[in-house]
Design a protein around this ligand. Structure first.
Ligand code: NDP
Length: 323
């Protein structure tokens, strides 16, 4: 089969389109013939070495397709099942062998495989951020950075479902429009406007209850300035670069703030939690209550271009690789 492998860390040029052997699933594993693989910012961090890992390896953590073989003792899925997954290495490929407990079956007549692939990592992230890390309530206000991004568009929709008022930020007019269509009450063009001043203006100086910050270096300090006393800074990414070390006394000076830096694995800690989040998303998609925007599809061998576009701030919604 074909797969995208890296043998060293570096730019998009280290992504090699290679022949790789298809392996048999071992005990507790299932093999999935992939219909689509999700591209996520974490793949960029893994490619550059910002998140350390072993090389050589096949990149990608997310996808959807059909189970074509199972190993000994597998009860969660059977051959022929349509399944989707996140947090499972090796998805930039035609087949992936995965722990069966990571696979979430979905009804292919209600949810297309591409949409399923596009939902798992970014959708479950938006779910845990709005339902668990800071469970938003009616009447609360959230600031969502990069609101037209893959996580961003889903986060805006889920925050609205929870009854919150949502202020989004976006880099271009086109992105701002998408964030508004997703339900954001206000959108700040943070490449042109000072988002701190604008957020304070919109909230009448009250500030927001929570900042969901995936941008990191460029937005973190400003985010602390728009939180109300005892507000929550949820830093969950570093699209502009990592946030430098922080003196905890700053959280006191800015109003007894809370700071967390969560990751999806902590919020899909067991199969029950994984199924709760993924099945909630699939059911909302099936009922047309959640729109998953696929912002770009690329053939598997064009993974490098997908990375260039994602890193270059050119994309909206989800990027997929089609094997
Ligand atoms: P996005 O689709 O959000 O793409 C990144 C966006 O960030 C860009 O489109 C851009 O939007 C914005 N951005 C702002 N500054 C920069 C910059 N200097 N360089 C590049 N982009 C910039 O990606 P994803 O939805 O895949 O991921 C969003 C973030 O969420 C990532 O940081 C990722 O690591 C994180 N994440 C964290 C998870 C967790 O559990 N902790 C899980 C999933 C994702 P604009 O032009 O509007 O500013």
């Amino acid at each position: 089969m074909k797969a995208i492998k890296i043998h060293e860390f570096g730019g998009p040029e280290v992504l090699g389109y290679e022949d790789v052997e298809v392996t048999e699933p071992g005990p507790g594993q299932a093999r999935v013939k992939l219909a689509a693989s999700g591209v996520n910012f974490i793949d960029v961090y893994q490619r550059t070495g910002l998140y350390p890992g072993d090389v050589p390896r096949t990149l990608g953590l997310e996808g959807a397709g059909e189970v074509d073989a199972v190993g000994e003792g597998v009860e969660d899925v059977s051959p022929g099942d349509h399944v989707a997954f996140a947090s499972t290495p090796g998805s930039y490929a035609e087949y992936v062998v995965a722990p069966a407990e990571n696979l979430v079956p979905f009804n292919a007549t209600l949810v297309e495989a591409r949409v399923a692939a596009a939902t798992m990592l970014q959708g479950m992230t938006a779910h845990y951020l709005t339902h668990s890390t800071f469970p938003l309530q009616e009447g609360q206000t959230a600031l969502v950075h990069a609101a037209a991004g893959g996580v961003g568009l889903l986060l805006v929709q889920l925050a609205k479902m929870r009854g919150a008022t949502v202020i989004g930020t976006a880099g271009t007019e086109e992105k701002a429009k998408l964030a508004t269509e997703a339900g954001a009450d206000d959108v700040i063009l943070y490449t042109e406007q000072d988002f701190v001043e604008e957020t304070n203006r919109i909230t009448g100086g009250e500030g927001v209850h929570v900042v969901y910050d995936s941008v990191g270096k460029d937005t973190f300090d400003g985010g602390l300035d728009v939180l109300r006393p005892r507000g929550y800074m949820v830093l969950y990414g570093a699209s502009s670069g990592p946030v430098p070390p922080l003196d905890p006394q700053v959280l006191n000076q800015k109003g007894g703030l809370f700071l967390t830096r969560p990751a999806l694995a902590q919020y899909t800690a067991n199969r029950e939690e994984l199924l709760w989040r993924a099945e909630s998303l699939f059911s909302w998609i099936g009922q047309n209550n959640l729109n998953v925007r696929i912002g770009g599809t690329y053939s598997l061998e064009d993974a490098g271009q997908a990375h260039r576009d994602l890193e270059g701030r050119k994309t909206t919604g989800k990027l997929l690789l089609i094997p």
